[in-house]
Write a new protein. Structure first.
Length: 289
């Protein structure tokens, strides 16, 4: 539990106002007791090749988890130069990750002040406004920010850029789970295999969940071909659907925009990989089955 941070004169009301919008579990407390630190699941979404649908998967996973566990989910757009996570949610953030990185002190309270709320019960830390601004974010910042988010949220979903840059490698070190996204084409599958080999070489051993996007594409490849080439079982298959680009264009995740569509149900089921449905789930959430 964090210590109390006293804002300078004139800023106390602003700090209080921004903290008031956060769930009770992430507000600073005056208590001096130091309970065992919480550590939520950190789900890093990775795709070595652009255009695989990684951001759509990350956004819908975060939204799907938040629909089940409102107030307990945070999302981080680590594609700091050209990230589209916030755009795909229709957000116009007041603050972003680059501003956190340039803060005099990077701590739990600082990060909370820069989160952007999104219904239903999701808190988002967006990337930079421009590629030039993004340069201030380093792997050191990532290594500090993700654990701070994981201490206050049960689930942290991290969207990453294509490839394996220093910031992504830092996120991998913080991860509890990796969501590996590939589309059903030779270049994407070969790139994923290279990424898996690279992670093996550097000792990244976190749980891996292979998701095949556009799995129903008629391109001369079978789903089993993808699994064998990458060397991992496929945990989820997302079909091609016009609802996905539509949802990205209107700035609303498909799980929220078209919840009854086949692709939305598949996207919603991604959350089951990290939070299986149990008998204690409320009836109104049963559509995630």
């Amino acid at each position: 539990m964090e210590s109390v941070v006293f804002a300078p004169a004139g800023l106390q009301d602003t700090v209080a106002e921004r903290l008031a919008g956060l769930p009770v579990s992430v507000k600073a407390s005056p208590s001096t007791a130091l309970p065992a630190p919480r550590k939520g699941k950190v789900i890093v979404v990775v795709s070595p090749k652009g255009g695989s649908g990684k951001t759509a998967v990350a956004t819908n996973l975060a939204a799907g988890l938040a629909m089940r566990f409102p107030g307990q989910v945070a999302a981080l757009d680590l594609d700091v130069q050209f990230g589209d996570m916030c755009t795909s949610m229709g957000l116009q953030p007041e603050h972003n990750l680059a501003e956190v990185a340039t803060s005099i002190q990077v701590d739990a309270t600082t990060i909370k002040l820069f989160l952007t709320p999104y219904e239903p019960g999701l808190f988002v830390l967006c990337g930079a406004r421009t590629p030039a601004e993004a340069d201030v974010v380093t792997h050191t910042h990532v290594s500090k920010i993700i654990p701070l988010l994981a201490a206050d949220f049960d689930y942290v979903v991290v969207d990453t850029p294509a490839g394996l840059d220093d910031r992504t490698l830092a996120a991998l070190e913080c991860a509890t789970d990796l969501l590996l996204v590939s589309s059903l084409d030779v270049t994407s599958i070969r790139s994923m295999r290279k990424a898996v080999d690279a992670m093996d070489a550097i000792g990244v051993t976190q749980a891996r969940h292979f998701v095949l996007n556009r799995a129903d594409a008629k391109v001369g490849l079978r789903v089993t071909d993808a699994s064998e080439a990458v060397g991992l079982p496929i945990k989820a298959m997302i079909p091609s659907a016009r609802e996905i680009p539509l949802s990205m264009n209107v700035g609303t995740p498909v799980v929220k925009l078209e919840p009854k569509s086949a692709v939305a149900k598949r996207m919603a089921q991604l959350s089951h990989l990290f939070a299986p449905v149990t008998a204690t789930d409320k009836p109104k959430r049963r559509w995630f089955r």
